[in-house]
Design a protein around this ligand. Structure first.
Ligand SMILES: Nc1ncnc2c1ncn2[C@@H]1O[C@H](COP(=O)(O)OP(=O)(O)O)[C@@H](O)[C@H]1O
Ligand SMILES: [Mg+2]
Length: 410
């Protein structure tokens, strides 16, 4: 429902223009029609219009006509975005600043499995941002390997995320422990039932609670787990960082993490977790499943085949699939780097395979050198960024933060 009476005249005008693009001029003028709109209805109209104007569906037409379709499609997309922003019902976003830059505050760190420096990176990123004056909260969601607290100088946690998951504390903030290095910490306890194992409704509640944490930046340490819940935490973040090293085992795992997350994102187009407000479409769900879970022994199917199949069989959904693919931009960080040329080679390879097989752009946002001092800091439970704020690790970290769009210069 659109509360027209609460909106300013200028906003109502923009809403009417958007309605004219997605529906008709007559309907856009009809107050009762506009006020009754919901996300489902708007999305349905968007899909129909996207099908009508999508240039890929009319490849045989003259160039001029295709250009006109493109222009119209852009208007339809803008209209959809505008109406969606008014109709969005996700309470996790309530009260958030509207600008895209200001919204980039939830950062998730995942990637290859154990021992490649993910937690150390998350902890030090938190310390760095905190030293620049930001209020930072770190959350340990790593099942089985919860050790973020150690990297923030804490050997004992009086409370942790399990207190919230097991309903001993009503608010997630009650599970927070202050640290001497700046960031607040919602720590984990590997010996107990972890965040990766919780059921659907508790996961939704956890994601909403995390999004509502009152801080400038919230950093999630996910570990290298690719279970559904962990991947869902990754997808809920504004910035998804995938960490690897130059070892084949690690970068293949990191690629796998990127792939599993994309498959999950595609399979979640529908249903409660989708922000598109769509009812499940069985035919599209089957089409996506065909590409994302090929039968045993079959080769991996490139995403371009999904796009092509959608173009032929599901033109009304082509745009939706392309939107998911385009909006998925994992950020790659390589750690323990000793040789720059090997590093560039590894990053290039991951990017190329992701482009070819997943139609995904992976942004390579930087590296961290292998440093004896870092190893030592991990042993002495003192963040290296606090110990040597001008050191090599800290300066690389600052460069990465800048590259992913975090404003570090306060
Ligand atoms: N840049 C680095 N240079 C040297 N050692 C590092 C670096 N990054 C991580 N390490 C070492 O790797 C160990 C594992 O790091 P950790 O962050 O716990 O990995 P993960 O979270 O990926 O399991 C650390 O204890 C530290 O000794
Ligand atoms: Mg870890």
């Amino acid at each position: 429902m659109l509360p027209l009476h609460e909106l300013k005249g200028e906003e109502i005008y923009r809403i009417r223009v958007a309605c004219a693009f997605l529906f008709s001029v007559e309907q856009a003028r009809d107050d009762a029609f506009v006020a009754r709109l919901d996300l489902e209805r708007v999305t349905r109209a968007f899909r129909e219009k996207a099908k009508r104007y999508h240039p890929d569906l009319h490849r045989d037409e003259p160039r001029e006509m295709i250009e006109r379709r493109k222009e119209r499609l852009l208007k339809v997309m803008d209209s959809y975005d505008l109406l969606r922003s008014y109709l969005r019902t996700d309470p996790g976003r309530e009260g958030e600043p509207a600008s895209a830059e200001a919204r980039k505050r939830l950062i998730a760190v995942g990637g290859a499995k154990g021992g490649i420096g993910k937690s150390l990176f998350a902890a030090n990123l938190g310390v760095l941002l905190s030293s620049r004056g930001y209020r930072v909260v770190l959350v340990d969601l790593d099942l089985g390997g919860a050790n973020l607290h150690l990297y923030l100088g804490k050997t004992y946690l009086p409370r942790c995320i399990n207190d919230f998951l097991e309903k001993r504390t009503p608010r997630i903030e009650d599970a927070l422990t202050e640290t001497q290095y700046g960031p607040g910490l919602i720590g984990g306890d590997s010996s107990r039932f972890g965040a990766a194992n919780i059921g659907f409704s508790r996961k939704i509640k956890l994601i909403k609670s995390i999004k509502r944490i009152d801080a400038d930046y919230v950093i999630l340490d996910l570990g290298g787990d690719t279970s559904f819940n962990i991947i869902d935490f990754f997808l809920s973040a504004d910035i998804g960082i995938v960490m690897a090293t130059c070892d084949p085992a690690a970068y293949l795992e990191a690629y796998n993490f990127i792939k599993v997350a994309l498959y999950r994102k595609l399979n979640r187009i529908f249903g409660e977790e989708s922000d598109l407000g769509l009812k499940k479409d069985e035919r599209l769900a089957r089409l996506i499943a065909r590409v994302t879970s090929p039968a045993d022994g079959r080769r991996a199917i490139p995403m371009s085949e999904l796009v092509e199949a959608a173009r032929k069989e599901q033109p009304q959904n082509l745009f939706l699939i392309q939107q998911v693919l385009q909006s998925y931009r994992p950020k790659l960080v390589l750690n323990l780097v000793e040789d720059q040329s090997i590093m560039m080679d590894v990053a290039g390879r991951i990017q190329e395979v992701a482009r070819k097989m997943l139609s995904t752009t992976v942004d390579f946002v930087g590296c961290l050198p292998l440093e004896a001092q870092v190893q030592h800091s991990a042993r002495t439970l003192t963040p290296v960024t606090a110990q040597s704020p001008q050191g090599l690790y800290a300066s690389h970290l600052a460069a990465i933060a800048k590259e992913v769009g975090i404003r570090t210069g306060v």
